[in-house]
Design a protein around this ligand. Sequence first.
Ligand code: ADP
Ligand code: ZN
Ligand code: ZN
Length: 800
Amino acid sequence: MIAEVIVDVSTYHVDRPFDYQVPAEWINVIEAGCRVKVPFGARNVLGFVIGLKKETDIPLHKLKPITQILDMEPVLTEEMLQLARWLKNHTICYEIDALQVMLPSALRAKYEKIIKLQAPQSLPEEVQAIFGKRQQANFKEFERAGLLPLLKQLVAQESVTIDNVVKQQGNVKEIRMVKITEDQHLIEKVIEQSSRAVKQRLLLQWMCQHLGEVLSPQQIYDETGVSSAVLEAVIAKGAAQFIREEVYRDPFTKEVSRTHSLQLTEEQLVALQAITAAMEQPKGQTFLLHGVTGSGKTEIYLQSIQKVLEEGKEAIMLVPEISLTPQMTERFRSRFGEMVAVMHSGLSVGEKYDEWRKVQQGKVKVVVGARSAIFAPFTNIGLIILDEEHESTYKQEDSPRYHARDVAIWRSGFYQCPVILGSATPALESYARAKKGVYTLLSLKHRALHQTLPTVFIADMREELRQGNRSMFSVSLIEAMRLRLEKKEQMVLFLNRRGYSSFVLCRDCGTVVQCPNCDISLTYHRTTEKLKCHYCGYEEHIPQTCPQCQSDHIRYFGTGTQKVEEEIYKLFPEARVLRMDVDTTRHKGAHEEILQTFGEGQADILLGTQMIAKGLDFPNITLVGVLSADTSLHLPDYRAAERTFQLLTQVSGRAGRHNKPGEVIIQTYTPEHYAIELAKTQDYEPFYEREMFLRRRSSYPPYYFVALVQISHEDVMMAAEYAGRVADWLRGNLSNQAAIIGPTTASIARLQNRYRYQCLIKYKIEPNLIPVLQRLLAMYRAEWIKQGILMTVDLDPSTI
Ligand code: ADP
Ligand code: ZN
Ligand code: ZN
């Protein structure tokens, strides 16, 4: 027998399966979807069996045998293998990348296969000999004894089970953690003792800000810049201790109480009926559920899933960033209890694997998760939902560059089940498809509890400045905040920081301190008093004088959340502020804790970045303040206006969701911009019309498709030359239906010391596009890589 294997060598320029011989004793063991080890060149590499056959064109003596078999049962189903092939063609990626993205990383990392005894009575003698008195044995013992075919039978009879245990030994970062003391006096004492050890003092001062926290050593090195010797010295003095991380395999940190279905409103009922009717039909139908914020979309998701479960099927529920929406997970667990698994990046490798196994073994029926949960290994899917379907986090930016929406629709075709795309502000292309009838449009125009949408007030910050107000708060926002504090109501202050950060600027010559490797300003980090590049990790101390003109008028500029927090305390010393940003949410469960504290009414103001824009549903929030609406408007991206409108509508939707009316104050320097003007009415339709008009005028999606080819090289001439070749080649091979723009420099012209160029392809119909790009990639893989060129092709870039 011969196995077709996709090998894990993605620099190899031919992307196709290779044939290997299946050793006789594995003939009944191996299946398509199993992982194997195979010889490749001089190495022994990982591979996926994608098919088995009896014949090959390759002479038998040239055929090498598979050296090791890693799975008794396939880790990928036939559906997944088909999906991988589709992903490969649809996103133009290596097939190995498409296969790997579907699996939890535990199946890529080091792990150990453990055979667990389930039914000891009926075991053959040779197997009994392996177990002896133990309840479990190692896979290798079976392998050595030549018992794999027998093992396979035992698994089928359920006499034994096989578990992959993620090995964390040998990986110091993962098992050794540092617990910082809770005792500030203790640290102060150690600081006194360490008067001459500068680095130690630096670390100790930093620890004062992190009392009681448990952090990995690496995190501490990263943030403070100290070495392991310094950390160890400080630990020896008692300011912190090494602990072993608990392998905490239950990702749910708290108990939830059960809830039951709500009585639906008329609008909700119409939508639910359309969805459940589609479940009866054997076809994949896509619904766009367009409902204003607070219209009860989640309740529709829950009741649709209820129906799926009654039919004995499974459901996938995607949320844009699950670690940011603990409320959603809680609502699902309170409805479906143990039937729910979660999958997101906040879980440890082991937890992710455990959740994946629960799905694979049919122990759960619902998955709530972020983008990659779309690959949940269910085999009888009845419904797939994408909440906030417009969010850019659904698009993966590395190979395979897939959009979860496309994968959802592919899988719904396979299982002939419906997809729900839900949003208050759908992506323009989704709404356009709904209008064309490709998707079925379902609308919820009213809030579920019949509250009115919040009233929105635009504060013109230019006018404020003219009136002499130099504060970051407009007079109206200050007044509104004062009122809420008096009435003991809660508020959310939102700092729009996308594409915006705190930098260091020379007030004399205007120089902004930049990364030496990238064309990006360095970001100021208050905790470490350092400047850091967010792209390559470069760090330096804040310069005392301007590197350009030597002036000492060089200072930190820009508004971070910490700065806003200080300003709030200046205005309202009695206010209780909770800050939610990357700094305060570093440790596991931090999001949940902050939201719980806020939900319990232990704070008046929740201040944060993008993290707080979506999903929050608290009855006592009556004011939302947007500190800087414009920052996301000026990005060099055709979607900037759409993103801004979506963000403002989302964050406004946090106010007045229950019985108290809500108010929103949006501060801006460009009140006349249509994205801001129309966010005021929170009316999607006029925004859609306006934006579509502009997209049509400049030939952008959804009227045209765009594809992006990026080229980079350490040498600027090489980068420019090859970018020119790409453009020429595209012009020479694509029809004149496609417009090729470029080469131009990328929006970040240099990154990690590589110069970056790009070509944009705009097209409506271009049947040759995929084959042409595939040939371009083949050329690149065969020749250009050797020249140090890096090239990526993205058929659906989320930013350009
Ligand atoms: P969306 O996801 O559309 O923003 P949610 O599903 O969060 O809206 O609903 C907003 C609020 O209305 C929630 O607190 C929810 O419990 C409540 N709600 C939704 N549907 C109903 C209903 N049919 N009856 C009563 N309350 C409802
Ligand atoms: Zn200067
Ligand atoms: Zn950099």
